[in-house]
Design a protein around this ligand. Sequence first.
Ligand SMILES: [Fe+2]
Ligand SMILES: [Fe+2]
Length: 210
Amino acid sequence: MSGRPSKEPGRTPSDICRILVAEHRVTEQVLRALESMAERCQEGHAFDLDDARAFIGFFSAFTDFYHRQKEERFLFPAAVACRPPVDPALIEGLINDHRYGRALFQDMESVIEDAAAGREPAASVFIATAGAYVNLLRTHVDREEAELFPRLERMLTDGMKESILKGFKGLDIRTFTGQSHEHYLELSDALAQRFRVPPVDLSGPFDGGV
Ligand SMILES: [Fe+2]
Ligand SMILES: [Fe+2]
């Protein structure tokens, strides 16, 4: 691992932050669709079990398994290993968010059969839990992009960035469900279309916060 500081620190976003920010945008698109589904349920539309399963499938595979592992296995350890290290309390808080997020989508998953069968209060529980999940993830993403990524852009050495990227490339989402990365991008788009939410915008460059 090289001890060289990054070239032009903070000026050119690294592939690491580009990848994670792009995954945030894809996730946010699905969060908007989930919000729309919850609103429809609240308005009295029938609870669609296939839609609910699609959301749970996306969040468990793409958000929790794939994206979370990139952060917890590779990014966060590097954040506390760099000098000066990122505040461990920030990392601890982000890991707690991941844990709480998993508990929330598992709570949603536990009521979808009853909600589809019209057994109350399952639909109400789903709506309330979906709202909590959306809020949690939005705040979490904001914290990562405002407080963590810009610091890492400045503090990680080129060698650390190469090592993190290697870790990212070694993670294969297919080991979780057998479905490809492309499948989850398509699922995100399909849910956005179905629930008529604006498509994800990946065109804006991430400026590393500086
Ligand atoms: Fe995260
Ligand atoms: Fe993230």
